[in-house]
Design a protein around this ligand. Structure first.
Ligand code: HEC
Ligand code: HEC
Ligand code: HEC
Ligand code: HEC
Length: 511
């Protein structure tokens, strides 16, 4: 066998041929790599483009034609199979799982029906189906005002364009059922002209205005929180059901309670204890701000809308869900620990917060029932006043911690502190009421009813769930289909206008 060196010595042209062939391969590889890199960059940039959609186009499918990847992941929210130890997307009956809630919410619609949320694509369906919204058979029927729709649909901003926010809030939910039909989607967070993030619902911007902060100047990372803070916050219905955030004194439980005390506000009077109660909604953003991730500049979208790669294209995963269903993209971009370890970290914190939260629930139930007993024994307003103020504050602390379903991970220390404060207030309330009973000459133990299951607790309050369900079924069968057909006709009209070659305007909704 001759060596390659010998062959080349005999035929020098072969050496040149090998050299040139190698150069060619290197050159082609270079071109190939360059194309891949360019394609990727191109892919990242071409996603950010403008659309010619109406500014408040409320139909996700219309946006989906421009952005199939974001729409595709958004549509995956229809899958409600995931369940974590405490949360997830399954419909879970929170009253069945926590019968104490029935007594705590006595006299308020949450004592009838309270389910865990399933995801943004269900926002409209779940409002219609909830027993809390009753069965309004005619436009204008109660019980709920249109304000309830506010954080459920991009149609709300569209209707507000026409009627103004106060016009919208002063209508009833039943008057706007045919207008508000599209669940939370693209228009809630994006401007279709630039696809940048935007705020469409007025309450958040109005609050910042009052606080002297210009929301237009929020940083990009803060916008990745603020789009969520349009809805995932504590709020109340003010005059004419005007949606308002109680942030003027701050956003901890104490600071918001002070705001409510100063205005003498109560959501309802508890029928057992007669305490003037405040219902916490879902102070997710407020609680998140007290946690380490917010303080290190991590945003809601980092964990709930992480980046995802598909065929070299990097985009934002629009399936907003429990991050425990997506640890690798949601957490492991920053943390090196294993998936199991991270899940354990989350569940440990949730378990610990729940351990003290349940203690507060139990004492609060006892306080309401003991107060009821004291009233039945002839207690007077004067005797009970201080105790009831303590009950109001103790339960507000509890609800602040319980209603923010992600809070025991978002800011576990702050919630434990808040619940600890609630425990102190509840025990003081209990002591006060026992003192009243003592003054009334009652010294024995207080006989308390058995309210240890959802059924027993609702029976004790006289809630007839079957009746509520039967009326709800009639509403769902008769009223909702009318709303849907009206909405479909409106959507068809827009499409016709759009396809009309004569049509030149941009804002078809004003028609
Ligand atoms: C327009 C109001 C609105 C906006 C904006 C909004 N949400 Fe929601 N969100 C809701 C409502 C309402 C639900 C409950 C829907 C249901 O289950 O019927 C919900 C549910 C959720 C859930 C529970 C999902 C599940 O699987 O159980 C998560 C997580 C969530 N939102 C996170 C976010 C994040 C993060 C943002 C910002 C990127 C955001 N939301 C923006 C109103 C909103
Ligand atoms: C709850 C708010 C929210 C909703 C609803 C929403 N997005 Fe997004 N979207 C975001 C956030 C946050 C980002 C990340 C933007 C950033 O950091 O610049 C984003 C990014 C995008 C981008 C930029 C490219 C990318 O993937 O990062 C596009 C395009 C987009 N969304 C399209 C849509 C479409 C289409 C819909 C409806 C199917 C939709 N979005 C619904 C919050 C939302
Ligand atoms: C964008 C980066 C980022 C992402 C995404 C992120 N984290 Fe973190 N995480 C941090 C930082 C920063 C800290 C604070 C640690 C420090 O500064 O030393 C932290 C702290 C923690 C801590 C300790 C908190 C405590 O109570 O002391 C836990 C647990 C944790 N993260 C879990 C998670 C989990 C689970 C996820 C996904 C759901 C996640 N993180 C997603 C950056 C991130
Ligand atoms: C560091 C990661 C991280 C950040 C940042 C974060 N969350 Fe979460 N969130 C979680 C985890 C983990 C859970 C618990 C999920 C579980 O137990 O299944 C959760 C739970 C939730 C839930 C309840 C979900 C359900 O299934 O019912 C909501 C709603 C929510 N977060 C909203 C938000 C909002 C709004 C923000 C920003 C203000 C935010 N989160 C910021 C990690 C995060």
């Amino acid at each position: 066998m001759k060596s390659l060196g010998n062959i080349i010595q005999e035929k020098p042209w072969l050496g040149w041929a090998i050299f040139l062939a190698t150069m060619l391969v290197v050159f082609l590889l270079g071109v190939f790599t360059y194309t891949i890199v360019e394609r990727r960059t191109e892919a990242q940039f071409t996603q950010i483009r403008t659309t010619d959609l109406d500014s408040l186009e409320p139909r996700a499918e219309a946006w989906g034609r421009y952005f199939p990847r974001q729409f595709g992941t958004y549509a995956q929210m229809a899958d409600t199979s995931f369940r974590s130890k405490h949360l997830g997307s399954q419909r879970r009956d929170l009253l069945q799982e926590n019968p104490q809630f029935v007594i705590l919410f006595a006299g308020y619609a949450f004592s009838r029906d309270y389910n865990l949320s399933r995801g943004h694509t269900y926002s409209i369906q779940d409002v219609r189906a909830s027993l809390r919204t009753g069965a309004p058979m005619n436009p204008g029927d109660g019980p709920m005002p249109a304000t309830c729709w506010t954080c459920k649909s991009p149609d709300v901003a569209r209707v507000m364009e026409e009627h103004g926010p106060d016009g919208f809030y002063s209508m009833m939910l039943s008057e706007t059922g045919a207008e508000v039909v599209n669940p939370i989607n693209c228009a809630s967070c994006h401007d279709p002209e630039t696809m940048t993030l935007r705020i469409t619902l007025p309450a958040l911007a109005e609050t910042y205005d009052r606080l002297g902060i210009n929301i237009e100047e929020a940083s990009h990372q803060e916008m990745r929180n603020l789009t969520c803070a349009q809805c995932h916050v504590e709020y109340y219905f003010g005059e004419n059901n005007y949606l308002t955030f109680p942030w003027d004194n701050g956003t901890t439980a104490e600071e918001m309670a002070e705001y409510y005390d100063n205005m003498g506000f109560a959501d309802w009077i508890h029928p057992l204890s007669k305490a003037p109660m405040i219902k916490a909604q879902h102070p997710d953003y407020e609680v998140f701000m007290q946690g380490i991730h917010y303080q290190r500049g991590v945003s809601c979208a980092d964990c709930h809308m992480p980046y995802k790669s598909e065929g070299g294209v990097k985009f934002t995963d629009h399936r907003i869900q429990s991050p425990l269903n997506n640890i690798s993209n949601s957490c492991q971009t920053c943390h090196r620990e294993s998936e199991q370890e991270l899940i354990r970290n989350v569940i440990d914190r949730q378990d610990m917060v729940k351990e003290v939260r349940v203690k507060l629930e139990e004492i609060l139930v006892e306080v309401h029932l003991t107060a009821e007993y004291a009233w039945n024994m002839g207690a007077t307003d004067d005797q009970m006043r201080d105790a009831l103020h303590l009950v109001r504050h103790a339960q507000w602390r509890w609800d602040y911690a319980a209603a923010t379903h992600g809070g025991s991970f978002h800011a576990p220390l702050e919630l434990t502190r808040t619940i600890g404060d609630g425990l102190d207030l509840a025990h003081r309330a209990h002591r006060e009421i026992m003192q009243v009973l003592f003054e009334l000459g009652h010294t024995g133990p207080v006989p308390l009813p058995d309210v240890s299951s959802k059924q027993l607790a609702q029976a004790y309050l006289g809630i007839d769930l079957e009746d509520w369900r039967a009326r709800k079924d009639v509403f769902l069968d008769e009223v909702v289909p009318q709303w849907l057909s009206e909405a479909a006709a409106r959507h068809d009209r827009w499409d016709e206008l759009r396809n009309d070659p004569e049509f030149e305007g941009r804002y078809i909704f004003e028609d």
